[in-house]
Ligand binder design. Structure first.
Ligand SMILES: Cc1cc2nc3c(=O)[nH]c(=O)nc-3n(C[C@H](O)[C@H](O)[C@H](O)COP(=O)(O)OP(=O)(O)OC[C@H]3O[C@@H](n4cnc5c(N)ncnc54)[C@H](O)[C@@H]3O)c2cc1C
Length: 459
């Protein structure tokens, strides 16, 4: 009896939200409204001790837990029915040490806040585009964005992570992982995916000085797909690594193809660099300008605003340009998209001198170093009755395109991927399991596609 009461001695601290509280409904919601889960408790942690208490509390009671920051998981992995959500979004300090070129960023920060705080000191980290994506999940899975080809993935710039891990039978403790101590956990935190090992509370990033950049946007007619997409795919990985670019082919009913990009350099140089794209087909609209870096982050954030609330997305990597058959598949699927909110998006990652490709596939847990591009096939909708058709469309599209692409980004998770350990982690899965066994032997941090402790993988 005494033992039992001791086991349940920890009290929750932080801002606690439970069913019945006026804020429960907003507190429980994921960004992807396809999911609507009902946790028993949500703890908004303000201090590391709140996180430690929450992990202990859950373990003492055998209650399932999930870790949450920006809530942007595609498959709702940061929510749970009947369990506790440990939310770090109120831990959002940022400290820049410009002299030593590092920033200490608490993991509750959304990207827009990180960019803004760093911009005040005229420094930046390479990170993603959506303003409200959490730096926590983004970094642990990799982190691709418009500075990737020059400065690498977000995780490549992670020097240190503070993490609350499970300890003993019911406990929790903070550890600091860097190159010297717990270097295996730092390795795993650089692409091993969120929610697998513990609760990251603080990151130390290497930062780069930044001032102005040049950006472009080119719009073509949808009917130019066969000219524009292959031209972009040849050009994007071969151009200077100071230029990272994207292309988005919308559903046919929208009628456009848009490419955007960012150059660490001037507008005149950018105008010259994009010539092969402008020659591919006659554009409907072209914009090239030099702007302060912070304005560029806002420009790229626009494409992630005002989207339909429910979505299904699947990803892929391109290791060479698509053959005509691959482009035809994209044309076919986007001609018959379930609605106007479907699209194919791609971003350049590798190629000529790219910082992403320079790193060996085993140097960090993120293995897709040799990919030239990354893709997203997405469908979005509002009403539940549209759901089945949209999900089926993404599933069939994925299957059709697979012969021409490989692997998957763990930050674009898809529950329909059968062999997800290989797709996300490739050669690094074995080592990730070892790290899991060392830091979370009781499998406290688990969800549908978490790294397993033993041999069993949920498929
Ligand atoms: C609109 C949109 C735009 C996007 N743009 C980009 C982009 O430009 N580049 C890019 O690389 N990716 C992008 N992504 C994908 C994004 O990187 C992932 O969705 C990422 O996992 C989101 O992290 P989060 O903290 O917001 O999400 P959450 O749902 O809070 O967490 C995601 C995963 O990480 C875990 N996790 C969260 N916090 C912690 C923590 N403190 N410690 C340990 N584990 C934690 C969760 O348990 C969950 O498994 C985008 C996603 C969306 C929806």
């Amino acid at each position: 009896m005494a033992q039992k009461s001791k086991e349940k001695s920890t009290r929750l601290t932080g801002r606690i939200v439970i069913p019945g509280n006026p804020s429960y409904n907003t507190a429980r919601m994921e960004y992807n409204r396809r999911f609507s889960k009902f946790p028993r408790i949500i703890v908004f942690c303000q201090r590391t001790q709140d996180v430690i208490n929450a992990v202990k509390w859950a373990r003492e009671r055998g209650i399932r837990l999930r870790v949450r920051s920006g809530r942007h998981s595609y498959e709702g992995f940061s929510a749970v029915n009947g369990g506790i959500i440990i939310d770090v979004s109120e831990m959002n300090k940022v400290k820049v040490d410009r002299k030593n070129r590092v920033a200490i960023v608490q993991t509750g920060n959304p990207l827009a806040r990180v960019y803004k705080k760093l911009w005040h000191k005229r420094v930046a980290i390479p990170a993603g585009t959506a303003p409200d994506v959490g730096v926590a999940g983004l970094t642990l899975g990799g982190g691709v964005g418009l500075l990737s080809r020059k400065y690498g993935l977000t995780c490549d710039n992670l020097k240190q992570v503070k993490m609350v891990v499970a300890s003993g039978r019911y406990g929790a403790r903070t550890i600091v992982a860097d190159r010297k101590k717990h270097s295996d956990l730092l390795w795993a935190s650089r692409g091993g995916g969120g929610g697998n090992f513990g609760v990251a509370t603080e990151y130390t990033f290497r930062v780069r000085t930044i001032s102005s950049v040049s950006i472009y946007s080119i719009t073509w007619k949808w009917s130019d797909l066969e000219k524009v997409l292959p031209a972009w795919q040849r050009w994007a990985p071969s151009v200077t690594n100071r230029l990272t670019s994207t292309i988005e082919v919308a559903a046919k009913q929208v009628g456009t193809i848009v490419s955007t990009g960012q150059l660490l350099g001037g507008a005149e140089e950018l105008r010259r660099l994009i010539r092969p794209l402008l020659r591919a087909a006659t554009p409907v609209k072209v914009m090239v300008k030099t702007v302060p870096f912070i304005d560029a982050t806002k420009f790229f954030a626009e494409s992630d605003l005002n989207l339909e609330p429910k979505f299904k997305i699947t990803g892929a990597y391109g290791f060479q340009p698509l053959p005509p058959e691959g482009v035809r598949i994209i044309r076919d699927f986007l001609s018959k998209a379930p609605n106007r909110h479907a699209s194919v998006w791609s971003q350049s990652l590798g190629g000529a001198g790219s910082a992403v490709s320079r790193v060996s596939p085993t140097a960090t847990a993120y293995p897709h170093r040799k990919a030239e591009t990354i893709y997203e096939l997405s469908a979005r909708w509002r009403n539940n009755r549209e759901q089945k058709q949209n999900i089926q469309w993404v599933k069939r599209f994925r299957r059709a395109l697979r012969p021409f692409v490989k692997g998957d980004y763990v930050n674009f998770p898809d529950l329909q991927i059968k062999n997800w350990p290989k797709a996300y982690y490739g050669v690094n899965f074995g080592r990730l399991k070892q790290v899991k066994r060392k830091y979370d032997p009781h499998n406290v941090f688990r969800f549908a596609q978490s790294i397993p402790v033993g041999k069993q993988v949920r498929k």
